[in-house]
Ligand binder design. Structure first.
Ligand code: ZN
Length: 295
């Protein structure tokens, strides 16, 4: 830690400043910033998967299947395609096409405005787009709720039809859309499904995905030896292979790097990277808002 303190002046005074001040100063000091965003960030800004937002949108599905949150519901194997699309169409309006602007995202964008940065997210919602981020600096590694893929993954292409989604929401009844509205793969005839990754099948990764991935990897390559800040916000432990573990490994590989994890839950940090880790456990939205006001 002592060696790191000579690299990062902020750390010498860390114990006496607020988390928002510390975050602001670290961002000012960093030569490059890689931000990893998980579900906790969207939840912090009000896009929660439990409570009123969930019960208002899906009372009928909750009554039938006793779902306890929207994530569980979105991964459920519905009885048939008509029911699947009745759920998914409402889900994708709520979490993608009609997603409002989240203040925590706006605050983050303001903090990063003139900084050398890149973002990776496991969120498949549309929060970055809604908050007017430069989408060339965002890598959505787990797909997008607004895109579809062949359920057989027979070819690496995605599809999008917002007007059909809106029609499905408008015209469904008894938790079913009509047969005529169900989209099928133009190559093999299997049903289409929402573009997301599963443990069993992975995910369809099209040209748009590979372009995002290449830009992210290029940024890492160009900045790997710099005084770099790996800032993880609201990242849990469901898919640590995408953000948490690589961030920790890249931090460990660069003595000038710092790993900051913003999370109210205390996840295990490997011993080797602990001296380069700062944990911020205050409310994410509050810390970002206060830090943005200083930017
Ligand atoms: Zn197909």
């Amino acid at each position: 830690m002592e060696q790191l303190k000579t690299q990062w002046q902020t750390l010498a005074t860390e114990s006496s400043v607020s988390q928002a001040d510390c975050l602001h100063q670290l961002i000012e000091e960093a030569e490059a910033i890689v931000i990893g965003i998980g579900a906790g960030m969207s939840a912090a800004t009000g896009f929660t998967y439990v409570g009123k937002r969930f019960t208002d949108a899906f009372p009928d599905f909750i009554a039938k299947y006793r779902f306890f949150d929207m994530l569980q519901a979105s991964l459920f194997e519905f009885e048939n395609a008509q029911e699947y699309w009745a759920f998914q169409s409402r889900f994708s309006l709520l979490n993608f096409f009609d997603q409002p602007v989240g203040q925590a995202y706006v605050d983050l964008r303001q903090m990063l405005a003139d900084k050398n940065h890149h973002i990776i997210t496991t969120n498949a919602d549309n929060a970055f787009y809604a908050a007017d981020f430069d989408m060339d600096k965002v890598f959505r590694i787990q797909g997008e709720y607004g895109l579809w893929q062949c359920s057989n993954h027979c070819h690496q292409q995605t599809y999008q039809d917002e007007s059909l989604i809106r029609q499905m929401v408008r015209e469904q009844s008894d938790m079913k859309v009509s047969e005529a509205l169900i989209p099928y793969c133009p190559k093999c005839g299997a049903g289409l499904e929402v573009n997301k990754r599963t443990k069993e099948k992975g995910m369809v990764e099209d040209d748009h995905f590979h372009e995002q991935k290449a830009r992210y990897e290029q940024f890492l390559k160009e900045n790997q030896a710099k005084k770099i800040l790996f800032l993880e916000i609201g990242v849990g432990h469901t898919t640590p292979q995408f953000i948490k573990h690589p961030f920790q490994q890249m931090t460990q590989a660069n003595p000038k790097a710092l790993f900051v994890t913003m999370n109210q839950k205390d996840y295990f940090t490997p011993h080797a990277v602990r001296s380069q880790t700062i944990r911020m456990d205050e409310d994410i939205a509050n810390v970002l808002h206060s830090a943005a006001l200083k930017a």
